[in-house]
Write a protein that binds this ligand. Structure first.
Ligand code: AHM
Ligand code: MG
Length: 291
């Protein structure tokens, strides 16, 4: 039974309410700002707006001591407490100009940041689709909610990744993939018995939600010119790895669970591969073949 008064659950409820404000605030903020984030990426006005809202709202949650995000260099000191919240305020910002799906990702750690995924007590995401949904993993189970006006209604109680994988989607440009990863992709695409269909959206949260709904695999792999890939360990990799593993799937940095990756810096990147166990095992075998 989840204790709805715990600091962690209060943080989850606060993020649900803040997501409603973020969603409404996207109107008029689909343009780039004059800033870059600590990863060197151009920020949109929506990124800055959502980040400020989350910092403000989470700072007033009892028990949350730190807030950090991929949109700011430094950790925000929120006062006393055992918890730290790491967030990607707007996932998939390149979908803003075309008005396609976006998300908000969060991890709640019971350790100071940067922390490994083994320190997560909860993680989740909000998907701003035709309707707004929220997926939350904690205490060994994943719950899907619909959000309306910041309030949550449970729609699926014990979400698990379907046994039979159906979809795949991989980020990065094909010419920049490693030879081993390209070969893995060709092999699963040509596997008629597997029968996968490509579903790639440009917003990780959308692709992850499809993997959780239909079964399959998502990756933003190591690239020839970016060996750590694109996605950030604290704000994206760990929360997604935790959600997928709680739902019965697997996460991998290429050779081990994402949750076992030791952070060295708040803004570390990590190659991310998640999905059905059999596919992640095939991927790890393919990446290990020549090494
Ligand atoms: P963002 O948080 O700046 O939007 O970056 C994360 C996004 C993911 O949603 C998506 O999988 C990936 O970046 C796509 O990157 P790219 O458009 O560079 O291929
Ligand atoms: Mg992001």
């Amino acid at each position: 039974m989840i204790n709805t008064n715990s600091p962690s659950e209060t943080a989850v409820a606060t993020i649900a309410r803040t997501a409603s404000e973020i969603h409404q605030g996207l109107v008029g903020r689909r343009v780039t700002a004059d800033d870059e984030n600590p990863s060197g990426e151009t920020q949109f006005e929506a990124d800055l707006f959502a980040d400020e809202l989350l910092a403000d709202r989470l700072s007033s949650v009892d028990g949350v001591a730190q807030y950090a995000s991929e949109e700011r260099a430094e950790i925000v000191d929120c006062g006393d407490g055992a918890l730290a919240v790491a967030a990607d305020p707007v996932d998939g910002t390149s979908n803003l100009p075309s008005n396609n799906t976006l998300g908000t990702v969060f991890g709640i750690y019971d350790a100071a940041l940067p922390a490994p995924g083994t320190a997560l007590v909860a993680a989740g995401y909000v998907l701003y689709g035709p309707i707004t949904t929220m997926m939350v993993a904690r205490e060994g189970a994943v719950t899907e909610y619909e959000l309306a006006g910041g309030e949550r209604t449970v729609v699926r109680d014990d979400v698990s990744i379907p046994d039979d994988p159906a979809v795949y989607g991989f980020g990065g440009r094909v010419p920049t993939w490693t030879d081993d990863f390209r070969e893995f992709v060709r092999t699963i695409e040509m596997d008629e018995a597997l029968g996968l269909e490509m579903h790639y959206s440009g917003a990780m949260i959308n692709d992850i939600n499809q993997v959780l709904t239909h079964g399959g695999v998502f990756a933003y792999p190591a690239l020839e010119d970016s060996p750590e890939g694109k996605l950030r360990l604290q704000f994206e990799g760990n929360p997604i790895g935790y959600i997928i593993e709680t739902a019965g799937g697997r996460s991998s940095d290429g050779s081990k669970s994402i949750l076992e990756v030791e952070p060295t810096d708040l803004h570390d990147r990590v190659p991310l591969h998640v999905g059905n166990t059999e596919l992640i095992e095939r991927l790890e075998a393919a990446l290990a073949a020549d090494s």
